[in-house]
Design a protein around this ligand. Structure first.
Ligand code: GAL
Length: 371
């Protein structure tokens, strides 16, 4: 009798536990952490390390500027996330570049094996300057959840020309002031290095960004540059804390933001968005045999109803699921600029069709859905 009771109790406990544990993704719905609080990690990226996924993202509240910093959550199954705290805290020191009230966006973390360090990069805008500074910044920690220590900010690749930049373009004297914006003449000049020349000495602009570590350990920083007209892909130094000065352009003049880069079967893929601020637009996709290009445009990876707004979201990361071949998760943000804390996470399976990445809407799904 007692045994029967124990078994019943055990069964009840198991069903309560499995009910409490999420086992599915519900894109766009409020996603709570293991303490029952909505996850606050926007524009995020994920690091897989020590058999654990670490999700880093922007802490947001009623406004978009950074009052707390970068948060970190951990998970073993990708459904249930434990809050690990603030990985990089904003500073109270008015002299700090990351003083409370600055803008910190799209943080990404990679692990540097050589120095056994976790390296975080993020888009940084200085306090009270809007999006003018267009910087990227780096912070370092010995442990995945931090605390990360702020190192410095960059406008990348100062004093370097991108790969394939023509000699004659280096010496052009035409400047922004000589041209009317959004005319064919201006577009041609953008393609021929108008902004690269302008920023050559002090370093290039870096707004929306992501990181990618290749199989050989080389790491790359991919960012919207040249007034958001062109994406730059820049090689990081061996310690991942700086730029080597080697960089290439992706889709010059193509106005791409929100880059997410991944690799499958030796081929590089890139998902981006267009530039419409917090409003969603149609995603784009590209592929290349070499990270340095050429990048072939593959069109909008989203398919079906609401594909033209990427299901009301903007890409932030593509996550390879550990231990599952060809299983990738498309991670995106459904921004709520009037109440940024209420922004939602759109995670969808990314599949391949005739060599192209495709993303379809699902109200709910699980990792078991990967074929
Ligand atoms: C978006 C960008 C966001 C944020 C926003 C500000 O296009 O992807 O990360 O910078 O613009 O307007």
């Amino acid at each position: 009798m007692k045994n029967k009771k124990n078994i019943l109790f055990y069964l009840l406990l198991m069903s309560v536990l499995s009910w409490m544990n999420a086992q599915e993704f519900h894109p766009g719905e409020i996603w709570k952490d293991t303490q029952g609080n909505p996850i606050n990690a926007h524009g995020g990226g994920i690091l897989f390390q020590n058999n654990t996924y670490y999700w880093y993202g922007e802490h947001k509240d009623k406004t978009n500027d950074a009052r707390i910093g970068v948060t970190c959550y951990s998970s073993r199954d990708l459904y249930n996330w434990k809050y690990e705290g603030v990985a990089l805290a904003v500073s109270n020191d008015p002299g700090s570049e990351i003083v409370s009230g600055c803008i910190i966006e799209r943080p990404k973390v990679i692990y540097n094996k050589k120095n056994k360090e976790y390296i975080m990069w993020f888009h940084l805008e200085l306090k009270d300057q809007g999006y003018k500074a267009a910087k990227t910044a780096v912070a370092v920690s010995k442990t995945p959840a931090g605390p990360f220590v702020y190192v410095k900010s960059y406008n990348p690749d100062a004093g370097h020309w991108p790969l394939g930049f023509k000699e004659e373009w280096k010496h052009k004297e035409i400047t922004e002031g000589d041209l009317k914006g959004w005319t064919p003449e201006w577009e041609k000049e953008v393609q021929e290095g108008l902004y690269i020349r302008r920023d050559f000495k002090n370093g290039q602009m870096a707004r929306d960004m992501t990181l990618f570590v290749d199989d050989n350990g080389k790491a790359y920083h991919i960012h919207s540059s040249e007034e958001n007209m062109t994406l730059h892909i820049s090689e990081l130094t061996d310690d991942y804390k700086g730029f080597t000065g080697k960089y290439a352009l992706i889709a010059p003049g193509g106005q791409n933001e929100a880059p997410a880069l991944f690799k499958k079967d030796g081929m590089y893929y890139l998902i981006t968005s267009g530039c419409t601020s917090w409003d969603p637009n149609a995603a784009r996709s590209f592929r290349a045999k070499s990270i340095w290009g050429p990048w072939e445009s593959l069109g909008n990876p989203a398919i079906g109803e609401d594909a033209e707004t990427t299901f009301h979201s903007q890409s932030t990361f593509v996550l390879p699921v550990h231990g599952k071949k060809d299983a990738f998760i498309f991670m995106a943000d459904r921004w709520r600029p009037k109440n940024p804390i209420d922004g939602r996470y759109i995670w969808l399976p990314l599949e391949f069709q005739n060599g192209r990445p495709v993303i379809r809407w699902k109200d709910h799904w699980s990792l078991k859905d990967f074929k």
